[in-house]
Design a protein around this ligand. Sequence first.
Ligand SMILES: Cc1cc2nc3c(=O)[nH]c(=O)nc-3n(C[C@H](O)[C@H](O)[C@H](O)COP(=O)(O)OP(=O)(O)OC[C@H]3O[C@@H](n4cnc5c(N)ncnc54)[C@H](O)[C@@H]3O)c2cc1C
Length: 512
Amino acid sequence: MTGMGDGSVRKLVIVGGGTAGWIAAAAFSRLLGQRLTIELVESETIGTVGVGEATIPQIIRLNTILGIDEHDFLRRTSGTFKLGIEFVDWGSLGSRYLHTFGDTGMTIGNVAFHHHWRRSVTGQNAPDAKGLWDYSLHQHAADQARFGKLDRVGNTAMTGLAYAYHFDASRYALYLRDYAEARGVTRTEGMVESVTRDGTSGDITAITLAGGREVAGDFFIDCTGFRSLLLGGELGVQYDDWSRWLPCDRALAVPSERLPTLVPYTRATAKAAGWQWRIPLQHRTGNGHVYSSGFISDDAAADTLLAGLDTKALGDPRPIRFTTGRRQTFWAQNCAAIGLSSGFLEPLESTSIHLIQSHISRLIQLFPRSSHADAERAEYNRRCADEFDQIRDFLILHYHRTDRDDSEFWRYCKHMAVPDSLTHKLELFAASGRVGRDADDLFRDASWVQVMLGQGIMPADYDPMADQMAPAQLAEFLANLRTLVTRAVAGLPTHEDYLRQHCAADPASMAA
Ligand SMILES: Cc1cc2nc3c(=O)[nH]c(=O)nc-3n(C[C@H](O)[C@H](O)[C@H](O)COP(=O)(O)OP(=O)(O)OC[C@H]3O[C@@H](n4cnc5c(N)ncnc54)[C@H](O)[C@@H]3O)c2cc1C
């Protein structure tokens, strides 16, 4: 039943049943289910984008809010654990680094570890950034394909293993669908053909499906994917195109056989006109080539993808087109767009599912009791825009800070103008290793440091506060850290053993 004609919001309609639609349905049913009637409309004829298999640690917060059991979740989605992303050939051909989810070393005397480390390599002719990862618990665990639950390293203040998941995207949507339907969400199969709006307020009042059925509502969440049927299509909210900074606009995705050893990380390998992902799942490997059609043909991109597979392909590459950017606003009238309908940032740092969940939790925090919600809407739009823009800068860093000049694509990326906000961060880090991160940036200082160093920026100096330690004390401190990290990792089970013991995939999901 919709509101009582008093403008109250009682009926929520979610249009779209991809990852965005079902996360929205799950979260709203869990947190506002007593107050709202929730109906989700999706069309099997249209289908979902069907990719999106790697995440970042914030997903654990979502699972906790929903009360999802981690092992059950991984069993049913054929998932694995993820400690970070290995970037191969980005800063230069032959280079490789792991952007981990954790800290490297430990802060001491209020000075971040990388300053101590930078001090320790001063005076050498060509300090090698790779040395930083000798102190990374995540790096050692990734190298040895180990995983386990570890909050702290020994009895030190050094933080333990932070992790996220890889999972099968189609299984994930089904899992959330079961969850949401069990909490009262109604699912309606049908294709939306038209939208009805109130002549006075301009708010959406109903959608009409093929065959004539009308679904009325007080608030609408547009999860219709790249189509953006309601926010972009019906309400005409414009799209800001960011292709000049992030020129990839196509992807080819293909599954391949399971990796012989299930490594606990995603791999992103830079190619001549884009990059290739590799995501290890329990039953298969997810692969895709993200590329710029201005610099390579589709046929050549498919050849690159297939030549770069580590295991046998299980089908033909499936094409996907996109334009990187975002809607100018995310909530207009009585409709918010979530997921691909709100914008797209390529999957280089696995941020899309995170954006879905953070937009949903923000929308729930600001969710209006009535249709009069100008202040809430403005706040929502401001915060979502900031979040998109900050992630954009972090992604551009990977492309722009490179020594590669072996293809037209990389020459373009290296010389393109970038947003001032990123230029400032690059200059600050190059000068003194300091991170000019915004307070609410999704990526922590540790992430900026790893990616800046990994891409080849060696700071000219370090924080003078790091000089407080005597040189011999610093050497001893670094040696102790290395020992502690090595010992902690040796005590972990292998990733495969951990999965086998706690969350071996259901046979049904292995067969899919
Ligand atoms: C190449 C690529 C790789 C990616 N990799 C990752 C990753 O590793 N990690 C990550 O976090 N994210 C990743 N993403 C993003 C991730 O796939 C999406 O954010 C996620 O799947 C959400 O999609 P969605 O639900 O917004 O849209 P979709 O999956 O496209 O769902 C749209 C829904 O709307 C419905 N619909 C559309 N039109 C109508 C209509 N007229 N009537 C009724 N229903 C309609 C469809 O039936 C469908 O149910 C990737 C994206 C791409 C393109």
